[in-house]
Design a protein around this ligand. Structure first.
Ligand code: FNR
Length: 341
């Protein structure tokens, strides 16, 4: 049953990738060009520190799947691509494994394919401490991702309807596991109030996972016979809006949601993220071009990110935050409404 849902998610998310000229809030972030500001390309390093470890690049494969035979194969291919390119990776939600341990291999394959890589185990906000530990143990995970997905749940016919206890549950899990906990949305973004609450709960980092890319409200709505929840499409805040909104919250931020190419990665880093996550776009490439195509695509992204940093005079991902940015359109309006400079 859960396995079917996971297969549906992959199919519908891959279909969303097929509308090619999609604009989003990243387009409202432009770099000011300085013709004498570049550094030597050989002096650019992509390494970044996240959750107490050094990542080879400020880019990661964000949570997607597991729980069925077909999604196990996708996890295997994503893990191979992460291993070959040095990217960190999250599995999809381990809820299927926690309900049915027979699905373990569809997740464990990620660790088997990438024994030394940085791996995040993904769970929902309803898990107990014991379940969170089982998820971490299965993957020998370096960090735990907890996803917040109220819109997705409410649109899903079989979804959760009780949400008020989630914050308390997150706090228990943070205290009860011995890896850093990262909390993420699934495509609706995290407000600065939410990020501040997560910080107070002891969460290590927040992955904003904003709107503008994979749209789970639409995915779940299309799984309903009457499709009566279409109004939730595009709900929430974009990753650039969230990064600007939560910059002062005092916790490490990860950017994801709607990242389409290396320029969006550079934009996310310039807006203060320590790393940038991609789901839908990498899934689309994998489905269309296979694992070799995805490896090639990620290598190209890393080359192109290096080129962007060279021109922008940033020797490290963190130095991108020194770049002057032009913020326009709806993103500028968002900043005005939220009282941001
Ligand atoms: C997801 N996403 C997701 N997130 C999560 O925390 N747990 C999960 O199990 C899943 N499952 C899932 C399946 C598929 C097929 C996709 C494409 C995505 C959400 C994902 O991690 C991310 O937050 C959003 O997709 C937004 O990023 P993109 O896709 O716009 O890069």
């Amino acid at each position: 049953m859960i396995g079917n849902r996971k297969d549906d998610h992959v199919r519908l998310a891959a279909a969303q990738q097929q509308s090619p000229t999609r604009t989003n809030d990243f387009d409202h972030v432009r770099f000011v060009h300085h013709a004498l500001g570049a550094v030597d390309r050989s002096d650019v390093v992509l390494r970044t520190d996240v959750a107490g470890q050094t990542w080879q690049a400020p880019l990661y494969v964000n949570a997607m799947t597991g729980g069925s035979v077909a999604t196990g194969r996708i996890n295997r291919d994503l893990a191979i691509a992460a291993r070959e390119t040095g990217l960190a990776m999250a599995t999809g939600s381990l809820s299927a494994y926690l309900k049915d341990p027979a699905t373990a291999d569809t997740y464990r394959v990620v660790r088997q394919e990438n024994p030394k890589g940085f791996l995040m185990a993904n769970v929902n906000a309803t898990v107990s401490v014991d379940e969170a530990r089982r998820a971490i143990d299965l993957l020998e995970a370096d960090a735990l991702q907890i996803h917040l997905n109220t819109v997705q749940e409410i649109v899903m016919p079989e979804g959760d309807r009780e949400f008020a206890y989630w914050a308390a549950r997150i706090e228990q899990v943070v205290c009860g596991v011995d890896v850093p906990v990262i909390v993420k949305e699934v495509g609706c973004g995290l407000s600065r109030e939410t990020v501040a609450l997560l910080r107070d709960l002891g969460v290590y980092a927040a992955d904003v996972a904003g709107r503008g890319g994979t749209d789970f409200a639409s995915i779940e709505n299309s799984r309903r016979i009457a499709g009566e929840y279409a109004f939730f499409a595009g709900w929430g805040q974009s990753a650039p809006a969230c990064l600007l909104d939560a910059a002062a919250a005092g916790m490490p931020l990860l950017a994801s949601g709607g990242v389409r190419h290396p320029l969006d990665v550079a934009r996310g880093l310039a807006l203060g993220a320590v790393a940038v996550g991609v789901s839908g776009r990498f899934l689309g490439v994998l489905v269309e071009h296979g694992v070799d195509g995805l490896v090639e695509e990620v290598r190209l992204w890393l080359e192109q990110l290096t080129a962007l940093m060279t021109v922008l005079g940033a020797g490290t991902p963190a130095q991108l935050t020194q770049c002057a940015l032009l913020i326009s359109g709806e993103l500028r309006e968002f900043c005005a409404v939220r009282g941001l400079p």
